[in-house]
Design a protein. Structure first.
Length: 333
């Protein structure tokens, strides 16, 4: 594909993909508020919606045989999202706060999925072992987020035990600024539009990756830079915009849930699940450093959020600096 064709295709595909992903996330959020979903579940649904460009781009790169681009998109987007979604929200809103029990749950799952995806990429675990351990972690998490809050709340209605506090945190609902959804669109119309959004995201991601691979070859851009520093931040923009909106509204639980769920979905759908069907190419030393840096950023994010007053602007600056160091290491490598 000539650059004269590839460049416009990339720009059009990027614009269409980001617009569809933004609409997808907003419609799912509206459905969540309309049906009275708790913040933890809204964060999960929003992550699924806004994560479409990341996962679709990575999977399409994998299908094209560009394993390093696919993995780079996922690892790069996860690092970018920690800095842009949580760090950016703290910079804009002044702080990001949530219940310690919710942070413990979301952070634990995020760290474990990151470790398991790294293990299968480094060939420390087989694909089957990794998938089994992932299911063991995700099954109770999904039960807790989707329906466990009410059940645990009934069991420990007046208790101050950690389990009861976790139940109440998971059952937290949007604040007064997020009243009932009064939009006129019937629910079945929203669902139909969501399905259309998904199709557009997949088609746009395919065009974007195809054009990016062609331009990278013509302009001699390495796959590491193409995946980690170009495609990853661009495909993460819907998540970043949605997260900052949640942060400005003071919805810390939904914001942090969206961020960690988004990162887990990236690695689960883009690495762990595909590893059952394909063998990823061996990682370079730079790839291994990126995985280690991503895990370190995840742990630092959890530590900063664990402060009694939440993550404030100085902590956000730390996250942003860590991401630029991550990007600089990629360029140097």
């Amino acid at each position: 594909m000539s650059p004269l064709l590839a460049a416009p295709l990339f720009l059009v595909s990027l614009t269409v993909t980001l617009a569809a992903a933004r609409l997808f996330a907003r419609r799912l959020d509206r459905l969540g508020v309309r049906f009275g979903f708790p913040e933890a579940l809204i964060g999960l649904l929003t992550a699924v919606a806004a994560d479409g460009p990341n996962v679709s781009s990575a999977l399409f790169a994998l299908i094209k045989g560009a394993h390093d681009v696919g993995v780079g998109v996922l690892v790069g987007s996860n690092a970018f999202q920690l800095a842009a979604m949580i760090g950016g929200s703290a910079l804009v809103a002044g702080a990001v706060r949530l219940a310690p029990e919710t942070l413990l749950l979301e952070g634990f799952v995020g760290v474990v999925i990151t470790v398991l995806a790294s293990a299968v990429l480094l060939r420390w675990l087989t694909a089957a072992e990794t998938a089994g351990l992932t299911a063991i972690v995700l099954a109770p998490y999904l039960v807790l987020v989707i329906g466990g809050g009410r059940l645990l709340e009934r069991m420990h209605r007046r208790s101050q035990s950690p389990v009861a506090r976790l139940a109440r945190a998971l059952h937290e609902h949007p604040g007064p600024d997020r009243g009932p959804d009064l939009a006129s669109n019937p629910t079945h119309h929203l669902i139909a539009l969501i399905i259309l959004d998904i199709a557009v995201v997949i088609a746009g991601s395919a065009g974007m990756v195809q054009a990016a691979l062609s331009l990278g070859s013509d302009w001699h851009v390495s796959h590491a830079v193409l995946g980690v520093l170009i495609l990853a931040p661009l495909t993460s923009l819907p998540n970043a915009v949605t997260a900052i909106r949640l942060g400005r509204a003071g919805r810390g639980a939904a914001l942090v849930g969206e961020t960690f769920n988004s990162n887990s979905i990236n690695l689960g759908a883009g690495v762990i699940a595909p590893s059952l069907f394909v063998t990823f190419a061996a990682l370079s030393s730079v790839d291994k450093e990126q995985l280690g840096w991503l895990l370190a950023m995840t742990l630092v994010t959890i530590a900063l959020l664990a402060h009694p007053r939440g993550m404030r602007r100085p902590g956000a600056v730390v996250l942003v600096v860590l991401y630029f160091a991550f990007a600089g290491g990629t360029l140097v490598g």
